[in-house]
Design a protein. Sequence first.
Length: 409
Amino acid sequence: MKSAECASASSFLPFSLNLSLTLPPIALSVLAYSVGLRAALVALISLVVYSWIRARDATPPVPAPSPTVRSILDTLCEDAEDGPSCIRAMLDLAPLCIPAQRCRASQDCNDEDGCDTHRASASEREEAQRLAMGALVCHHPHDGAFPDDEVCASAFALLTILLQGDGDGEEGLNKMVNRMLLEPKELGPKRIVSALRASLRRQREGVDTGGERGERIAAELARRGCLLLGSAVGGVGVVGTTARKIADAVADAGALEYMLDGALWWPGHLAVSNWALWGVFTVLHDTRDGAKARFVRDVGGLGKIGKIMDAARKETRARGAVKNSELSDVVGAQRHGMAALYEVLRVAVGAGPETALEVIEAFRMGEAVEAVRDAIVMCSEMDEMRAMGEQILTALGEKGRIPPRAESE
């Protein structure tokens, strides 16, 4: 009878009460046994109401203020030798240095006014560039040292963003490029390429590589390095004599050789292949003819480009299914490789018969001819790819090896 009464009384309890927030079940049972069921229910309801009022009147936590450009720059300056702190500061700083026009066009932009008011000023961008270059020196002090790949990759990303324009016009952007690549003797392209080569050397020698995670970071460093060097030459507003000077400085630093070696070392990282060949094309497009000749004669660049293009296609076939971003990288590698080959041949033909014959012989000795044919087939729907490929094969005397157009074309 008593158990039935308890069951009947308990049915009047609101179902939404969360007993786990009031009294534990055992304590409630002891209380009900000691003072009676009704007294226990009164105590339970009182405690629930008290908890609700306390939660209602509680002061909401004050969110931490968002870091300002000034505070991030101060942190980056003070903690330059602290790798994790340096990485966090540069990651926080990068989106604040994105040009306002690109920020407003971004799908993630929820505050168009903030794109103007919260982004770094011209002087702050200049300071950010100086501090990022300082971080690169701090974490790769000399050629013989292995760099901190993660810090250097963050510095490369920030430096690349800073080369995208900041509203100061072409003059302001060219000043940014000059400060980074032409003026400082201890920095510039040589320092960037030195860090990239040291990272690659560590992977080749198997010295403290950091396992799979270390390999991914090293490959990402290579991708960002190629993107930085290519952006310095082919960035928005970098034209004329400035582009020629930058391209020559990048080529003289050994960047072309590194970009090819890096892509060949990481064939499974398709983004490295894509951006390495893009960087090669942008440098070859603007550098002096002598650098192009050395690229063909001493570096063996034509054959290496063919190998990289072929490796990217084989990697795609081996995987079977690839992500859209990876497919884009494979197609990008074919486009940029084809453009680089076309640029070298175009300049050689214009330089005279002797130079043209030398380049044509280099094409035939390497894997470039097959790479061109296979790229035409893979990118059959891209008219510019077929046009460049047909002109290359025709100039090489291989017109009969031009793949036929598909029936749908």
